[in-house]
Design a protein around this ligand. Structure first.
Ligand SMILES: [Zn+2]
Length: 653
């Protein structure tokens, strides 16, 4: 059956992988508010989000006959979720539920009650909880998610399929839209509109012309037409055609076992211009599952080459949805005349001085050992700016642009030195600005010494391409002050910078640092504020891992989570109990440790959900406790080991 579908695909149709489901999981009309393949940090969105009108408690039906293979409960991720094994072998996953039907609900509650743990990942015996197509199996909620909706996945094995190609039917008459095209120079002799920086144009109905020289890659901003939801969905297929070559990003399926980290590589999550564009490019030897190209795997896919004397050529972009709606845009790429392709060094660029001195230089890793550096510190009227490592004989002319002066450096070998930018002032003097001392490496470790204050190791398999990473050690005596948002963090000590922050990683980077602080200290990474990494100690050193790069520091968190007085909530208008005991918990340091935070009620530890979006610890038993006065205590632990407590009582009559 699958073989036949693949044949149909080869003919260019959008045939489904699977027969239609007996019915959708919700009552129609079905509203899709999140698409298959959308960007999520560290993975692709592996299903569709179905709107529930902003409410919880809508019935969820078995879309086909089958049995419950797996039940999970968590304060994050899928929240409460069900996995229905259908009689034809598909696995349907339903997430962010508010409640399960009986007898599943009592079975889960009994396990939670006896263990005192809300977080569960349960695999009942095969066929124990069987349902016929159309039977109610759950109610929609917002558990583990921001806002009520139903998450719906269709899997076979470890593979999640585009639900609209695997049996779910939804009417769709709106074409996807192609919004922007970014062209990014890939080496130190390539330019777009005479600049080394990525260049973005908005795509309108009228064809645009862009001057390109050398080797560039395309990043395409595209969204799917939506059925009344938010406009963030990615089209099923976005393809680029150029000089007889074709590269397509097509979201048919993604493997939970192997493909999920590729989301950070396929999407421009900050390493080009951000904005979650699709990078229609793959390096030699690696092809993400969703990127299709005719060129062999051993060659780069999607590299656009324009050389002197080339006639202007058309780059064609086509976006399609599963229903067959499509849009198309064309951009003409033209080679500039010989001698007029490099940076325009006669232009001056005035820039306001950045707030933080350390922010003057910014870098991005390009494949094959090129490093793009942007300098933002030049004063008014400065021209002819170059950027490089002058002591190492590495320098490139920079081009002025919106973000500052940008140059691409060729760093073939591991290089350490002080980054610098220099140029000519309006008065004709040479001005020079010395930046930080950095190590640019494609290697996997700080060569200095494994016993240094902070060392790191990037396993070779952790990288998607052969780009450089930039390492900057802590300057002697550097003290850190956490921003006000994390004022529970004290005694900061910079460990160093390993970047670029936006570098996509397939697996974690190993970090090792000498322990400097108290038992309440740990390693933090600067992302959206200072975020907890870990505090695992081996002897006198931290041994931790991080899936993301950036600044790392050691902080101490000595402030316990603050627990507000708890309240009871009587849920109404649902066929199941929503009665709950809740306490708001404030924690702005290492973060709450969900497994070590809970209520005790009448001296028994109860299964307590930590809802990080609401900042609430919640006990929601299957049925409210009996009449009378009940004593409770809230125990809230953070990851550094500080414990906040508050006790009280409530009366039910
Ligand atoms: Zn979802």
């Amino acid at each position: 059956m699958l073989g036949a579908s693949v044949l149909a695909l080869g003919l260019g149709g959008s045939a489904s992988f699977d027969r239609p489901l007996s019915r959708p999981p919700l009552d129609p009309p079905i509203t899709v508010t999140g698409g298959f393949g959308e960007y999520r940090i560290g993975h692709f969105h592996a299903g569709l989000d179905l709107g529930t009108g902003g409410r919880v408690g809508r019935p969820v039906y078995a879309p086909r006959s089958g049995w419950i293979e797996r039940v999970r409960a968590s304060g994050v991720g899928y929240g409460r979720s069900l996995y229905l094994r259908t009689d034809d072998g598909r696995l349907l996953q339903l997430g962010h539920l508010d409640a399960f039907v009986e007898p599943v609900a009592s079975w889960v509650a009994a396990i939670q009650d006896s263990s005192g743990q809300y977080e569960q990942d349960l695999w009942p015996e095969a066929h124990r909880f069987a349902f016929r197509a159309g039977e109610r199996i759950a109610w929609t909620g917002e558990s583990g998610a921001g806002g009520p909706h139903l998450h719906f996945e269709i899997r076979r094995g470890d593979m999640a399929y585009h639900p609209l190609r695997a049996g779910l039917k939804v009417s769709d008459t709106r074409a996807p839209s192609l919004l922007s095209l970014t062209l990014e120079p890939l080496d130190d002799t390539s330019f777009v509109e005479r600049g080394a920086a990525p260049y973005t144009i908005a795509l309108g109905a009228r064809p645009e012309t862009v001057r390109v020289w050398g080797r560039v890659r395309a990043v395409v901003g595209a969204r799917d037409g939506v059925w009344g939801g938010v406009d963030r969905m990615v089209p099923w297929s976005v393809a680029m055609e150029w000089a007889g070559e074709r590269v397509e990003c097509r979201f048919d399926s993604v493997s939970w076992a192997t493909d999920m980290p590729e989301g950070d590589f396929v999407y421009d999550a900050g390493r080009v211009v951000g904005d979650k564009g699709l990078v229609l490019w793959a390096p030699a030897g690696f092809r993400p599952r969703v990127i299709r190209a005719a060129v062999p795997l051993a060659e780069e896919a999607g590299t656009i080459r324009v050389a002197a004397g080339d006639v202007p050529r058309t780059l064609r972009l086509v976006a399609r949805d599963v229903a067959g709606n499509r849009s198309e845009r064309r951009v003409t790429l033209r080679a500039p005349s010989e001698g007029a392709h490099g940076p325009d060094t006669t232009r001056a660029l005035s820039l306001a001085h950045p707030r933080v001195a350390d922010d003057r230089f910014e870098w991005a890793s390009l494949p094959s050992g090129f490093l793009r550096v942007t300098y933002r510190g030049a004063g008014a009227g400065v021209r002819a700016v170059s950027i490089g490592f002058p002591e190492r004989g590495i320098a490139s002319a920079a081009s002025p642009g919106r973000g500052g002066w940008t140059a691409i450096l060729r760093v073939d070998q591991e290089t350490s030195g002080r980054l610098a930018a220099w140029g000519r002032t309006a008065e004709g003097r040479i001005a020079r600005d010395r930046g930080p001392e950095v190590l640019v490496t494609r290697g996997s470790s700080d060569r200095g010494s494994a016993a240094g204050p902070f060392t790191w190791e990037i396993p070779p398999s952790a990288r998607f391409d052969s780009g450089s990473v930039v390492w900057r050690g802590a300057e002697r005596g550097e003290k850190l002050e956490a921003p006000p948002a994390e004022r529970e963090l004290i005694h900061g000590r910079t460990l160093g910078y390993l970047g670029p922050e936006s570098e996509p990683l397939r697996t974690a980077v190993k970090l090792s640092a000498r322990v400097g602080g108290s038992p309440r200290a740990g390693i933090y990474r600067f992302g959206d504020g200072w975020e907890w990494v870990g505090s695992q100690r081996v002897g006198s050193r931290y041994q931790d891992e991080s899936r993301r790069l950036g600044w790392f520091a050691e902080f101490e968190d000595t402030v316990a989570p603050r627990v507000e007085p708890a309240i009871t909530r009587a849920g109404a208008r649902t066929p199941y109990s929503r009665w709950a005991l809740e306490a708001v918990v404030a924690e702005r340091g290492s973060g709450l440790d969900a497994r070590a935070s809970y209520f005790t009620v009448d001296d028994h530890r109860v299964a307590t959900e930590w809802d990080p979006d609401a900042g609430v610890l919640r006990w929601r038993p299957l049925r409210p406790p009996g009449r009378g006065t009940h004593r409770f205590e809230v125990v809230a632990s953070d990851r550094a080991g500080n414990v906040g407590r508050r006790s009280g009582s409530f009366v039910l009559d």
